[in-house]
Design a protein around this ligand. Sequence first.
Ligand code: FES
Length: 487
Amino acid sequence: MEQFTITFQPGDVRVTVPEGVTLLQAQIQAGLHPDAPCGGRGSCGKCRVTLGDGREVLACQTAVERDETVFLSQARSAQILTGSRSAADIHPDGRDRYALAFDIGTTTLAAYLLSGETGAQLAQASCLNPQSQYGADVISRIQMALEGGGETLRRCVLDALAALTEEVAGKAGIVPGDITAAAVVGNTAMHHLLLGIDPGPLTIPPYMPRVSQAMELPAEDLLPIRGVFRALPNIAGFVGGDTVGCLVATRFDHLEELTLLIDIGTNGEMVLGDRRRRIACSTAAGPALEGAKISCGMRGVAGAVDHVSWRDGEISYHVIGEGEAVGLCGSGLLDLTAALLEAGIIDETGRLEGGAYRLCPGVTLTQKDVRELQLAKGAIRAGIELLARTLGAAVAEIRTVYLAGAFGNYMTPAAACRIGMIPPVLEGRVVPIGNAAGEGAKLCAVSRAEFDYSRELAASTEFLELASLPEFQDRFIDALGFSEETE
Ligand code: FES
């Protein structure tokens, strides 16, 4: 079979591939980690590239037939949230000199190197999850694993974790072999794919994990470090160790007042409760808020509109990196929708005047985008109401709303309340807590007692399967509109 050389620009990255492979596969082979939210099915349009003759094509749908120069859209660096606010001080048990904490997100990976003696953070590093090149959402990756691609997915994330380990060790002036403990948090699918556990049960009702319990493994089986590798437990198929990490970091079972934790990542995971009782649920909210199903949607990286406001009859916006706007990230989508509601351009049913709104040359919101957002926000709102009902509490009794994760950190609470994703009565009670999942991983990396505490928290948190509740559909449909709430 004939071989061709593909040269990717900018960067002059060359790769030789056989005739017939797609340009997306060539990018993957070149180590460029392309964005492919639909997993190369040709439906998302996010893999668009420009060929040397000026034609724009979808990389996943274009087979290599000759030597080619391919222009990628401007390289974007990930804006990855690594800061956080935790209720717990780190008290290491002093068994290890150095410990590592990992937060394995569907989109990003973060590593923190800690002193096992003082708990101080010595270095941190992050990168995009290289599994993204096989699909943005967990379902496409699970599908790939079920079709025999599990080892490819596992290998690429392990390689990335090893590179992050080298990076943080280098920054701290040690070698990876000096590290003798690690802890990892991640959603259930990331957990299973990392540890080579069959993710099949996550795709069929009742969507429970193959493995829920906390695991301690020999670290050298996974990474170039020694000692123990701790994986936090999962609560359910779509409420994983990352949520448990948030519970550990916030000392959720010590809270006196009714508190709602919302972590919007690929899914929207929520926990409502206090020291007496805690209930978790998950909603399929992520894809719209992470940009995958939005026509101009993108991650929160350079070029994304992240904030929009409506004042004195004018709409203004902010672009990450201050350059030209090329798309809308989740917080921008919420803000823009709230602004258009204020402006009367979107009505209470979600109808967008004229079917589309052009914010600027690179960014247009379509009617379909608004509908996608309505589905996401309706699911979150219905989840909040049903959690409260199951606990026998009124939504207004919730005293604090912890917003964890990157999206929670950047979104404007007023916009989330204006569109009704969060009940407006809670607007003044919203507290962004940053990467609480990563904070939980840090605690468990330096302390066996914290890891045991994560087991207790997972075991004592009930799970509510929203889809199994007959009233979910009604609540969800009621929550789709944008009517101004006065409660
Ligand atoms: S259209 Fe090519 S990856 Fe989605």
